[in-house]
Design a protein around this ligand. Sequence first.
Ligand code: SAM
Ligand code: TMP
Length: 407
Amino acid sequence: MTHHCRICSAAITPFMSFGRMPIANAFLRSSAEASAEYFYELAPALCPECKTFQIVNIPAPDQMFHDHYAYFASTSRVMTEHFRAMSEDLTRRYLGGADPFVVEIGSNDGITLSNFARKGLRHLGVEPSANVAEAARAKGVQTLCAFFNVETARAIVAEHGNADLFIATNTMHHIEDTNAVAAGVAHLLKPTGVMIQEDPYLGDMVADCAYDQIYAEHMYIWSITALDNAFGRHGLEVFHAEHNDHHGGCMRYHLGHKGAHVHSPELAAAKAREVELGLGMPETYDAFRKGCEESRDRLMALINDFRAQGKRVAGYGATAKSATVINWCGITPEHVEFISDTTPAKQGTLSPGAHIPVVAHERFAGQPPDAAVLFAWNHFAEIDAKEQAWRSGGGKWIMPVRRVEVR
Ligand code: SAM
Ligand code: TMP
């Protein structure tokens, strides 16, 4: 079957398959849900023309974003602080004019916009998942419960005027129709307005073999080159890029109307690094595929080793990305007896695909396992600090991707 790039329509071919996958955040609340579980084939490809990294089969958006969406961004103190600092920085850089207006998509539980709301700045969140949108409203964040696209952009401009700042963190890679968002942003932004996009960076994923960044909700993994091509089709361009280490390595892209902003020296350096990393070359993805296979085999060997010694293994963090690791590696409740997670909406459910029980942290503390697969590896520092009592009693982390090892 021929697939076509969702950005530029060129023919694309997957370079590997992670097999049959459930929706990553579809934690099962009943046996009826378990028997009606939805699966798709998770197969990534790189567009040879516009260089966009994407998966070829995408479930319908309302399968993924709905009134019981499981991801509450503010669960992490580190990310709460990260977005507070980002809000300060963006206010200083871009909101110096009179009565500025900030729009955020994927505003979730208000983790970022609450910082603007507290200062009394005009703002609007656009968030289709009703439960998290409600959590944001409870924090005083103005929120429209909708999918963002050109029509939404038109409605926002008609009611509130054009935006000085448009923010999309960890969200653009969740939206299939990038062209609809880019056209909406081009319509919504003032002539000197700025769009900020931040999400897991293709360069880090490839360099670290962090394949668990790939799942249906992460249908794209962006790079500067690809984003510039995609938004360039709508008169927008990247003029600055900043890297950070959150979520395993993210890029924060600053975009504006073409010619409206001076390109930074950091952007030129980051683009040169993409060439060095070979992000546009098919050979890079052959090596990545081999890396994924080796990573899977090593992880299963480590888990099987603990189990063969009669040791108990649990999971830590029922992350969305754990769905890719668990289902691709073939981890079952025989390997990992439960997954501890602090998110109330995930507790008492079964993990998608493998049906491993997701439990509250009290279970982890009450029946401490010998080892825990740290599916939330991106929160290592925060979690390791919290679990010092377990660690001093001999508890071991099994790191599931990147450097697959026992710590
Ligand atoms: N911005 C937060 C952060 O950085 O942690 C939350 C990101 S969360 C992983 C992605 C959010 O995007 C979800 O809350 C989801 O409901 C929302 N979303 C998905 N499609 C969207 C669309 N078309 N327009 C606006 N938001 C969307
Ligand atoms: P994320 O990697 O997508 O941010 O998801 C982190 C998941 O891990 C989320 O379900 C909450 C969970 N978690 C814990 O259970 N304990 C913790 O200390 C942290 C930071 C996260």
